[in-house]
Design a protein around this ligand. Structure first.
Ligand SMILES: [Zn+2]
Ligand SMILES: [Zn+2]
Length: 107
């Protein structure tokens, strides 16, 4: 198995600088955020040749890609600000923002 760690680290660094310098005010989808999250995610296969997704930062693995992406967003990406379009409250992850926006649906 060949891993190009130096290239990965370089991409993570560049994406991180992009996010931090712009203090991105992202809504639900941002290409920069997507590529930043993606740069933390590696893919391998298990003994049964099934895909396994791995957090390159801490080594956490899962056979569900969205689990690892959610983990990276919650644990490894700092300085994110996602604001609610209704009340402008800020959140650190898209999951928490989505959860929050439900409270506005009953108005
Ligand atoms: Zn991790
Ligand atoms: Zn709100």
């Amino acid at each position: 198995m060949i891993r190009v760690f130096s290239l990965k680290s370089w991409r993570i660094l560049v994406s991180l600088i992009l996010v931090l310098t712009k203090r991105l005010f992202v809504t639900d989808f941002s290409p920069e955020l997507e590529s930043l999250i993606q740069s933390y995610v590696g893919k391998t296969v298990d003994d049964g040749n099934l895909p396994v997704w791995e957090c390159l930062q801490c080594g956490k693995t899962s056979n569900r890609q969205y689990n690892i992406r959610g983990h990276v967003e919650a644990k490894h990406i700092e300085g994110l600000k996602l604001s609610c379009s209704v009340c402008q409250k800020c959140f650190k992850t898209r999951d928490s923002l989505r959860h929050h926006t439900r409270i506005h649906k009953d108005i």
